[in-house]
Structures are given as structure tokens and as C-alpha cells.
Design a protein around this ligand. Structure first.
Ligand code: GLC
Length: 634
């Protein structure tokens, strides 16, 4: 709006009896944005485009002095009191400083709440996205995200860097578990639902937070699954496979998109003018703002000044610097003063940022809504997480009648370190950036869940399966310890020899063995399958381990279906549904929907891997029969 309208409004305000608020409220969002933008100096505009990590602040007063647009907590960057109240106090303290800036523009605070408010002790931790995808239940995932939004909002935080809608093609990639699955199909089903759960249709509601579809675009398609690597595909594949979910997220009004670290055919996404400006903003009509990834701008060019210039001109609106924010501000200012970055580009970026702040109602309600505190970590929230766990579990195969387990009159041996390791059950991005083993937060581990549901059945735990007591059946928990991002890149996904030996040892007791896999991706399980009478990937189920026991003991039927093709061996990876000569161990969408018994085996859907009455494997998979010699030995 031009300054003459502004003068008119201010004249009206001084003369009219109408309250400022009534005039103000009648302004639409864009007019409100312009009314603030027109008052801002170049320094204040550049400040709004700057996001600093809380721990990098040289002085907290820098928030006001530079009119910083945003702060973030990187993974694990928590206040001294890592509780809901501790975070709310921290947020309000930062916001109080932000409002001391000349124009009192509120800051927007971002965190990676990628499977719950996962930095905060006591928050409900949901299954990571690979498990959420296997539910094939967008309504449930929308509800799960509504709960995540409430728990994040209860700490004052306004913005989560989620959903990650990567479409991982190569399970060597350490971030495989952050995506919903290997196809555009599952990405589309889950991305809109996730955004709707976080933002609903009214961002001004105190229970909603700003979402961030990430990482645009092609993060899951890098060669050999190398994190932050190069995605070498045609534009058609990039659009059809990796970009499809962004259309749904934008249709759902996603407020931010995070640029990806990867390159597309050799050019870094953070500096990709065509993909960010022409495709994302112009063609797809994205009206929110593009946030860079952590130092993602730095990777665009060896000269930081050139990197900033290319990234901002390519369409990055806010830069997650996140440490040298004063230097960044000086660089961008010099670029504007030398006309290498135009004032129009700056104004466009700041408009986009301010618009989301107005939509969040931050100018009116900048502080924590303490009425949400009571629901943080509540049983009601945990019950939804439990349902998500139940529906995420995939029963790959089971011999007749070994499941469900009996709550009464059964002696059940539980073996494996991961049966009691809540940290591994949650995976990366939990309490700390990389996650960690052990009792890292409040929750129920796998063994606890089994003990909670058992009636008169005796539960015997033996980490290395050395117990000498007889048991009727055994559960052996194997899999991976936590990792995040590139730290999780692997060249081999074989089950460790130690864990293969454990499964074999327990099988030698001559009892049925149920193998549970805690992992962020399909692993190579050929060596343990012959010793397993049932095999169930749990993915990274989070804090609500009761959900696992509720399926194992038959309170609920297995329901999950694979969103990744399950490879037979490393040489098959990458393998995706639709490939020529498609021949995985288990198909995309495989998952038994009931417990095989001697009676119902004949009626099982035609891709079950079960056994006939004599216990011989029946392979009805849609793919080639599994070579019987490999897996039939018991
Ligand atoms: C990380 C991740 C990104 C995350 C950001 C902030 O490097 O790539 O997914 O949102 O930094 O923690």
C-alpha cells in the first residue's frame, strides 16, 4: 500500500472515533504486512531474514538490536530446565527481548519436532515417519500432528521444521526413516495430512504451529544415498517422484519450505533459482517463505558473499545462519547497497516472513499460552501415539499359530539389548540431535510393554539369551542404535553377526522365536529369517512401547504395510516398486493383516509368506518365490 494511503489512515485514526483496533482489524493481512514493511529500515528488513541458533547469541539483546526474525533450537539445544515450563520460560524471555526492538516485531522460534516435541523431556515421542507411513492412515497421522502441534505450542514455540517429505530411494541413506516411504504415492498421502495436523486451517489458533515441508527437493534421491549428495535424475523424475508431495503441502497452506542440502545434477538447491523461484514460488504458487537449512547457504559457493548473493537471489527468504549472524547481516546489507541483491527481493522475502507472523497472530499473542501445559505428555496424547505404533508395525511373516502370544499360562523369554533400550526405540532426533541409547526420557520400552500386558504368563528377560529356564516361546529384539542425518549413512545394512548369533542361540532352544527389528529402514535379514518363526519390523516406534505388546498379544491385529520394498541383499539397493525385474524379499505394501493359523493360512491374501500345516513355507509373494534353499532351514 502506498504511503498516501498510510497518511490517510493515520489521519482517520487521529480524527475518527473508531478505535485503532477496529480500523486495524479491517485491514487484510497483506495491508497489515505492508503497513509494517513501509516503516522498516533496511537493517530491520535484513534482520527479519536472519535466523540464529539460541546458543550462538553473543548477547541476548542482539535479538532486539538486529531485529532478528527468528531463533531456532538445533537438535538437543534445550534450556537448562529441559521441561515444558523450562522451554516456555525460555521462549517468553526471548520474545520479550524481541518486542523491545524499535518496531516490536515478534520473533518466530523454530525446532525440529519431527516425531513429537522430541527435544523436550517428557514429550510424547511418536514413531518416526517411516513407521507413520506404514500405517497408511492419513487421518491418524493428521491427529498425531495435531498433538505434536499442541505439545510444541505448550512451550511457546511457533514453528516446526517438519514434515520431512523426502522420498528415500536408497536405504543406505541415514535419513531414510525421516521419509514416509519410497514412492510419491505415500509422500502425497502423508504430506498434506501432516501439514493439516500441524497448521489446521487457522494458524492463529493457539494450538497450531507453522509447518515446514522439507527438504526441497530431491533429498531422498542422492547417488548411493549419500547425505547432502547429488541427485542425478531427469526433471520428470524429480517432479513426479520427489516433488509431488509439495503440491499437496502447498495446497494445505504450508507456511514454510526448507531448501535441501543436496544438489540436482550438480547444482546446489540452495542456489537454484529455477527450482526455488520459477518452480516452487511461481509455478507451484508457494506463498510462504523459504528457509535455508543449517549453513546450507555456505555450501553454495566458497566465497560466503557470493553464496549469500546467489541464495537470496535464488529465492531463499530466511537464512538459518545459524552462528555468525552479525557477519551474515553485514554481507547481505553490502550486497543490497551494491545492487547485487535488489530492495525488491528483500521486500518480497520480508513480506513472506511477516505474513506468516501475522497468520500465526504473533503480533497480538506473542507469548506462550499456558492453558496448554496440562495436556503436555498426557495419557490422552500417549494413547494416540500408541495407536500410531500399533498401526505402524508390519508382520512380514509368521508360522502358523506362533502369534498372538498368550497373556496367561505361557513362559515367554525376551532377549536382546534393544528390548530395554528406550533411546534406541526412539531413534535419532530425540532429546539430543543424534539420539542415544538408554532411558533418555519418559516412556515404555519393549520389555516393559510386554510385562504390562502379561497376566499369569511368566516373562523372563535375558539380554544375551543365556538363561537356562525352559520357555514356551521367545522374543528376540535386534536392530540399530540411534543416528541422525549423515551419521547414519551405511554401506552395509546386514544384521550384525552378534545379533544373528543371538537369534540362532535362542532358536537352538527348540522353541518358536519371534524376531522384532528396531531400525530406521529395511535391513538385510536373510541370515536370521531361517531362525525366526515370525518377523516384525517395529521401525523407530518412540516412547509408547505398549503399542507393540498390544499387537504381539492379539489385542489388535497387525495392520502395517511396507512403504519400502524389502531388499534381499545389499546389491539390490536401490530397489523400488515399479523397477524392472522387481524382486525384493518382501513387496512394497506387503504386510500380514491377521495372525496365520493352521486354519486361515489358506485364505491369506496372495502375498503372505506363511507356512502350511506341516510347517513348510508357503511363499505366495507377488514377486518370485524366495529361493527355498536359502530360508527353509529351521
Ligand atoms: C539439519 C537438518 C534439517 C533441520 C535443521 C535444523 O541439518 O538438515 O532437517 O531442520 O538442520 O536442525
Amino acid at each position: 500500500m502506498n504511503k498516501y494511503v498510510l497518511i490517510l489512515i493515520s489521519l482517520l485514526l487521529s480524527l475518527s472515533s473508531i478505535s485503532q483496533n477496529m480500523i486495524y482489524d479491517r485491514l487484510d493481512i497483506d495491508q497489515k504486512v505492508d503497513s509494517v514493511l513501509n516503516l522498516m529500515t533496511l537493517d530491520e528488513k535484513i534482520g527479519q531474514m536472519t535466523q540464529a541458533e539460541r546458543g550462538a547469541l553473543e548477547n541476548q539483546t542482539d535479538i532486539a538490536y538486529y531485529s532478528l526474525g527468528s531463533l531456532l533450537s538445533g537438535g538437543g539445544s534445550a534450556p537448562a530446565s529441559n521441561t515444558q515450563q523450562g522451554w516456555a520460560n525460555m521462549y517468553d524471555d526471548y520474545q520479550t527481548i524481541a518486542l523491545q526492538s524499535r518496531l516490536s516485531i515478534p520473533l518466530i522460534y523454530g525446532v525440529d519436532a519431527v516425531h513429537g516435541h522430541n527435544n523436550v523431556y517428557g514429550a510424547v515421542i511418536f514413531p518416526h515417519n517411516i513407521g507413520q507411513g506404514c500405517t497408511w492412515n492419513p487421518e491418524l497421522i493428521k491427529t498425531a500432528n495435531q498433538i505434536v502441534a499442541k505439545e510444541v505450542a505448550a512451550t511457546g514455540i511457533d514453528w516446526t521444521f517438519s514434515p520431512c517429505i523426502a522420498v528415500p530411494q536408497n536405504e543406505r541413506w541415514g535419513r531414510t526413516y525421516e521419509g514416509f516411504g519410497e514412492t510419491a504415492e505415500i509422500q502425497k498421502i502423508m504430506s498434506g495430512a501432516s501439514v493439516e495436523g500441524l497448521q489446521t486451517s487457522d494458524l492463529s489458533s493457539p494450538e497450531t504451529i507453522l509447518a515446514c515441508a522439507k527438504h526441497f527437493v530431491g533429498d531422498g534421491g542422492t547417488t548411493n544415498g549419500v547425505d547432502q549428495g547429488n541427485t542425478v535424475v531427469t526433471e520428470d523424475i524429480l517432479r513426479e517422484l520427489h516433488m509431488a508431495g509439495y503440491v499437496d503441502a502447498i495446497d494445505m497452506g504450508v507456511g514454510t519450505v526448507m531448501a535441501s542440502y543436496n544438489s540436482w545434477n550438480g547444482q546446489k538447491l540452495h542456489g537454484h533459482d529455477y527450482l526455488l523461484n520459477d518452480v516452487l514460488k511461481d509455478e507451484l504458487g508457494f506463498e510462504g517463505f523459504v528457509i535455508s537449512d543449517w549453513k546450507g547457504v555456505d555450501q553454495v559457493h566458497e566465497s560466503y558473499r557470493e553464496a549469500v548473493k546467489r541464495s537470496i537471489n535464488a529465492g531463499i527468504d530466511m537464512v538459518m545462519v545459524p552462528d555468525r549472524y552479525i557477519y551474515f547481516i553485514s554481507i547481505l546489507k553490502s550486497l543490497v547497497e551494491s545492487n547485487e541483491v535488489s530492495e525488491e527481493r528483500i521486500d518480497d522475502a520480508v513480506r513472506r516472513i511477516l505474513k506468516q507472523k501475522f497468520l500465526l497472530n504473533l503480533f497480538e499473542e506473542p507469548f506462550t499460552d499456558n492453558s496448554l501445559a496440562s495436556s503436555f505428555g498426557s495419557d490422552e496424547h500417549r494413547n494416540i501415539a500408541k495407536q500410531t505404533v500399533r498401526e505402524s508395525l508390519v508382520l512380514l511373516n509368521a508360522k502358523n499359530d506362533v502369534l498372538p502370544l498368550q497373556k496367561n499360562n505361557q513362559k515367554i523369554l525376551v532377549a536382546g539389548k534393544l528390548a530395554t533400550d528406550l533411546g534406541s526405540q526412539c531413534g535419532g532426533w530425540t532429546i539430543s540431535w543424534q539420539g542415544s541409547t538408554g532411558n533418555i526420557t519418559e516412556g515404555t520400552n519393549i520389555l516393559n510393554g510386554i510385562e504390562n500386558i502379561a497376566g499369569t504368563s511368566e516373562i523372563i528377560y535375558s539380554e544375551n539369551g543365556d538363561n537356562n529356564e525352559d520357555a514356551d516361546v521367545a522374543i528376540v529384539v535386534i536392530g540399530e542404535n540411534p543416528y541422525t542425518e549423515g551419521e547414519g549413512d551405511r554401506t552395509s545394512l546386514n544384521i550384525s553377526q552378534e545379533q544373528v548369533n543371538l537369534v540362532k542361540k535362542v532358536k537352538e532352544k527348540g522353541i518358536p522365536v519371534i524376531v522384532l527389528l528396531v531400525s530406521g529402514r529395511p535391513m538385510i535379514i536373510g541370515e536370521v529369517l531361517p531362525y525366526s518363526d515370525a518377523f516384525m519390523p517395529l521401525w523407530l516406534p518412540g516412547t509408547e512401547g505398549d503399542g507393540i505388546a498390544e499387537v504381539l498379544f492379539g489385542d489388535y491385529l497387525p495392520k502395517g504395510k511396507l512403504t519400502h520394498s524389502w531388499p534381499k541383499e545389499m546389491a539390490q539397493i536401490p530397489i523400488s516398486f515399479g523397477d524392472e525385474n522387481y524382486n525384493p524379499l518382501f513387496d512394497y505394501k506387503h504386510g500380514l493383516q491377521l495372525f496365520p493359523t493352521a486354519v486361515n493360512s489358506e485364505e491369506l491374501l496372495p502375498y503372505a509368506a506363511v507356512t502350511d500345516i506341516q510347517g513348510n513355507a508357503i511363499y505366495l509373494s507377488l514377486t518370485d518365490y524366495i529361493t527355498d534353499l536359502d530360508y527353509s532351514s529351521n
